[in-house]
Design a protein around this ligand. Structure first.
Ligand SMILES: *Cc1c(COP(=O)(O)O)cnc(C)c1O
Length: 414
């Protein structure tokens, strides 16, 4: 009996191994092809707070030009303190979704602060902007309606659109003639909504919101913008695309993240017209079936909007840094996409060159990212630089000097 049992155990194990065996082989092959294509993602292990200067797990130091830390708030002591105080007073987590027993006064106050920041009527929090975009279309639109989406919109918008049964139309990036054609095509549907990122993360270009709103009015469409890369960054005081293009009151839905300019932790939101937000609270699945953000995150979020209300210094410094970096890089002879945001694309066009360039920059202690097809169009490889209010002039000068050195070594510069 004892022996038989052992044999069964061994047989059982073998059967399990065989079943995973085929799948394992499949995954190994797939992973190898990702590596062969040079698309395998390795992670840098940071052993310090996020900021302009970071320390890696191996003790080496680097200047960080590839975080979305636009206002430099990721290691802000006021935010850390606000989180600490809230955790001491309100505990660690909520253990609930919002509508059952997961709402504190802090959540309501943060929603109010977000609506105030964007000059909207109400706001609803999510665990991430990925969830905000995943949960915005399906509750509002049906197969009778149409979503008209910019071709370079973020993955979370694409997924959100997929989860909704509305008709889908796509227009070329920021191309108003194409948008108009798609709006004409969509006249047969009950409701139409135009959806765009505020700032597109690869070129750093801004969606032409004034023209989008004009077309929306002409063709009777709603307007939604994802402010993840634009809020805190564009506009005279950094309040995003509505401020930049004077479009307050003409945009029906904004989505955004607390994970970029607004502190860099986690959390997303949708803000806009009262009835829309109310309907999302009733029907939006990532809101109904996923946990509340923890009290400390809500408190730090509130502190973020307080800091931004007190002074525009962080945004002013960001703009100064972007201008300084861009002007000196252009003067050095680099081919820079005409940025309107905190994203500067240094064009190299050649994919292997972009990887080599980024690797050499890392050797110089500067972290930037090399992007190439399929992340950007074929033959449009580049280095993406993200500026931050956390950068000091000395950081910028060091990065520019490294760019010039590597640029000469790789014969990008003459
Ligand atoms: C980063 C980003 C998101 C996702 O935000 P999370 O809060 O990190 O989920 C959504 N949309 C756009 C345009 C983004 O850039």
């Amino acid at each position: 009996m004892y022996k038989i049992n052992i044999i069964f155990v061994i047989l059982g194990t073998q059967i399990k191994l065989t079943m995973y065996g085929k799948f394992q082989k499949h995954l190994q092959d797939e992973l190898q092809s990702i590596k062969d294509a040079g698309l395998y993602k390795n992670e840098r292990i940071i052993a310090s707070p996020q900021g302009a200067e970071i320390t890696l797990a191996d003790g080496s130091k680097a200047l960080n030009f590839c975080a979305n830390n636009y206002l430099g708030l990721a290691d802000n002591p006021r935010l850390a303190k606000a989180a600490e105080v809230a955790m001491a007073k309100r505990g660690y987590g909520m253990s609930s979704v919002r509508f059952i027993c997961g709402t504190q006064d802090l959540h309501k106050e943060l929603e109010k602060a977000i609506a105030e920041y964007f000059h909207t009527e109400d706001a609803i929090l999510y665990a991430a902007c990925f969830d905000a975009n995943g949960g915005v279309f399906e509750p509002l639109l049906t197969p009778e309606d149409a979503i008209i989406s910019d071709s370079l919109n973020h993955a979370s918008i694409i997924d959100g659109v997929r989860l909704c049964k509305a008709q889908r139309l796509r227009y070329a990036n920021a191309d108003m003639a194409d948008l108009e054609a798609k709006l004409k095509e969509a006249q047969q549907y009950r409701f139409r909504i135009i959806v765009t990122d505020g700032v597109f993360s690869m070129d750093g270009n801004v969606a032409p919101m004034d023209k989008i709103c004009d077309l929306a009015e002409k063709y009777d469409a709603l307007v939604m913008v994802d402010e993840s890369h634009s809020a805190g960054v564009v506009g005279k005081t950094g309040h995003g695309v509505a401020e930049q293009f004077g479009c307050y009151g003409r945009i029906d839905i904004f989505t955004g993240t607390l994970g970029k300019a607004f502190g860099g932790a986690v959390g997303g939101f949708t803000t806009g017209r009262k009835e829309i937000i109310d309907m999302l609270r009733q029907r939006s699945r990532p809101y109904l079936f996923s946990n509340s953000i923890p009290p400390m995150i809500a408190a730090a979020g509130l502190e973020t909007f307080k800091i931004l209300k007190e002074s525009n210094a962080l945004h002013d410094k960001l703009v100064e840094n972007v201008n300084y970096f861009r002007d000196r890089m252009m003067a050095a002879g680099f081919d820079i996409k005409p940025t309107q945001s905190a994203i500067v694309a240094v064009m190299l066009y050649d994919a292997p060159l972009s990887q080599k360039f980024a690797a050499k920059m890392a050797e110089e202690g500067i972290f930037v990212t090399g992007f190439y097809y399929p992340v950007v169009p074929q033959g449009q490889a580049r280095i993406r630089v993200q500026l931050s209010a956390a950068h000091e002039k000395a950081h910028l000068d060091k990065a520019i000097a490294a760019f010039i050195k590597v640029g000469k070594e790789l014969e990008v510069l003459k």
